[in-house]
Design a protein around this ligand. Structure first.
Ligand code: G6P
Length: 312
């Protein structure tokens, strides 16, 4: 019997979880995807948190036991009655009945914090942008969408730092893929759509054979796409880097590797029929296509599809 395939997207506040999640859902077809944000499992509303002096990042501030129960129910295809936290009002709304689709994407702050929760995912992604970039993204989002002033956001970031260090960042070790978008060193304008990406690929899931990329790298050490070996949190990993200025020709070589193993992606890579691929908002709200984002979305989707072959 088939069961839903579960993807985790975990990372600190404003690390880019929603942008990545939305893009992947578009590729898989939004009708096939159930999106869950674990912020809904906050134990206290905004006012209570302020009174108690606890941040949303602390495990005690979240119903992690219920989140875990819900994850295992979703994994076996069963419905849940999910709490709803409104970022707009900082309070809870009536719960929602959710029946999982073929794919479930769970994004949030503490998704990998317990062993039982970690075991529910087929693919685990951790988002780790440089901290100064994350701060900029957080100021932008929280001032534009959540009614905060820049000063409030910066003060909040400082207040949360000890919890980020203790509870959020250690979860990186449990991921199959660590995604870090970062500005090229000669360009500090993070919103121009040309961020580079560094993907840490752990051997915990079967990655596509990227070795043809090594040849590319050896032929031309200045290549905009590079594959190498490194260590991450003490463990050996492969690292794939894609620069924002990579050309379509270079990107196509990598896409070819993915598509030859997963033909479904061939249609997805057709940019004319899929303008959503790698779509990102520029500084003035205009839409840009980012190759590093597109490739990240494709690689994660590849793993979701692979999991359907392995586990269904
Ligand atoms: C961070 C997280 C949110 C979380 C929120 C709670 O900003 O990114 O996802 O729900 O903290 O704080 P709030 O601003 O809603 O009081």
């Amino acid at each position: 019997m088939s069961r839903p395939i579960i993807l985790g997207i975990v990372g600190d506040s404003a690390a880019g979880k929603t942008t990545l999640t939305k893009g992947i859902a578009q590729i898989l077809g939004t009708d096939n995807v159930t999106l869950i944000c674990t912020d809904d499992y906050h134990r206290y509303d905004r006012q209570q948190r302020a009174e108690i002096g606890i941040t949303a990042l602390h495990p005690d501030c979240n119903h992690l036991d219920i989140m875990q129960q819900h994850l295992s129910l979703l994994r076996t295809g069963q419905p849940i009655l999910k709490p709803v936290y409104s970022h707009k009002t900082g309070t809870f709304e009536p719960p929602q009945y959710i029946k999982p689709n073929k794919f479930v994407i769970i994004e949030g702050l503490l998704g990998y914090s317990t062993r039982a929760a970690r075991e529910c995912y087929d693919v685990r992604v951790y988002l780790a942008p440089p901290e100064d970039l994350r701060a900029k993204w957080k100021v932008k989002r929280d001032t534009q969408k959540r009614g905060y002033t820049p000063e409030q956001v910066l003060a909040e970031l400082e207040k949360r730092e000890p919890d980020s260090e203790q509870f959020i960042r250690p979860q990186r070790q449990w991921s199959d893929i660590v995604v870090s978008f970062y500005p090229p060193c000669d360009d500090h304008d993070e919103a121009n759509g040309h961020l580079n990406v560094r993907l840490v690929l752990r051997p915990t899931i079967p990655h596509p054979d990227f070795t043809p990329i090594i040849k590319l790298t050896n032929d031309d050490s200045g290549s905009a796409i590079r594959l190498g070996l490194d260590r991450d949190m003490g463990k050996p990993v492969d690292v794939l880097e894609v620069d924002g200025h990579a050309t379509l020709e270079q990107v196509n070589k990598l896409e070819h590797i993915l598509c030859s193993d997963m033909p479904y992606l061939t249609n997805v890579c057709d940019r004319e029929s899929n303008p959503e691929l790698g779509k990102v908002a520029g500084t003035t709200g205009e839409t840009l296509q980012s190759y590093p984002l597109a490739l990240t979305q494709l690689i994660i989707t590849y793993h979701m599809l692979k999991a359907t072959q392995i586990y269904q």
